[in-house]
Design a protein around this ligand. Structure first.
Ligand SMILES: [Zn+2]
Length: 268
């Protein structure tokens, strides 16, 4: 016979499971994970602060406007698992930030134009307009041509003998639309809008990339020509990124917990 203690415990456990399920659904809605097919080093084991359903739903209300503006297939390629020399590629995902210099519309125009020559082919995965709207131009699982001759802490992949090695194979390229006073080669301009920082924080968090693997085109460029994104305010970005990061960490931890029983049974 089942005791009422068992019954009380059972009811509490199922109520807890239902609450957890509601939280996972809300987390997925607020910050849908972006699948780039490139691995990310998730630190789910770290204990995350308790987060309420109301808090998640509140953050979820700031979801940016998104739309597709797919680039022409000549301007991007596949992410390869073996480089041009036959070595396996095993880098972790890297977020590379850029700016458009000219309008977002002109960048989309360029990416949607067929380019025959390797040196003319270019693209980002996403562009964030002045109003914070996100234009997705290359699918996340494809290799956008955002940075030519480039490396991140020595990491680079060569996919074509005629083209210098770059970070493109493991990068997710995001570009911010430049303000009007930056449509030139000056060293700085008036910067990006709050809406852009907010949307950027949301999009970067969707990739699940940790802070130390968020970089800029200027930092990875080996040609010494790229300075973008100019006038980028890291502190402002960090302020918007933190809450989303906590959300993402919590989601990650909840998924890890949910998978625990299955892992235990696999091991036995
Ligand atoms: Zn760039």
């Amino acid at each position: 016979m089942l005791s009422r203690y068992w019954y009380a415990h059972h009811v509490m456990a199922s109520a807890e499971a239902a609450a957890r399920q509601r939280l996972v659904v809300a987390l997925e809605r607020a910050l849908p994970p972006l699948n780039t097919t490139v691995p990310v080093n998730l630190n789910c084991a770290i204990a995350t602060p308790v987060i309420s359903l109301a808090h998640v739903q509140q953050l979820g209300r700031h979801r940016p406007r998104e739309r597709w503006a797919l680039a022409h297939a000549s301007n991007y390629g596949d992410r390869v698992t073996v480089d041009v020399h036959g070595n396996p590629t095993n880098h972790l995902l890297l977020v590379v930030l850029h700016e458009t210099v000219y309008s977002a519309a002109s960048a989309v125009d360029y990416f949607q134009t067929y380019h025959e020559r390797d040196e003319d082919q270019a693209s980002y995965h996403a562009i964030i307009t002045r109003s914070g709207e996100i234009f997705y131009t290359v699918p996340a699982h494809k290799r956008a041509y955002g940075a030519g001759n480039s490396a991140f802490q020595g990491e680079q992949v060569q996919t074509n003998l005629r083209i210098a090695a770059s970070v493109n194979n493991f990068a997710y390229h995001i570009s911010l639309e430049t303000p009007l006073d930056g449509q030139n080669a000056n060293l700085s301009h008036s910067g990006y809008t709050e809406a852009q920082y907010r949307s950027l924080a949301w999009l970067v968090s969707r990739t699940q990339v940790p802070w130390q693997r968020i970089t800029t085109h200027a930092a990875v460029d080996l040609g010494g020509e790229r300075a973008d994104p100019r006038s980028f305010d890291w502190q402002r970005f960090a302020q918007y990124w933190q809450p989303y990061h906590r959300l993402q960490q919590h989601y990650c931890a909840m998924l890890a917990n949910r998978q625990l029983p299955a892992r235990e049974s696999n091991a036995s």
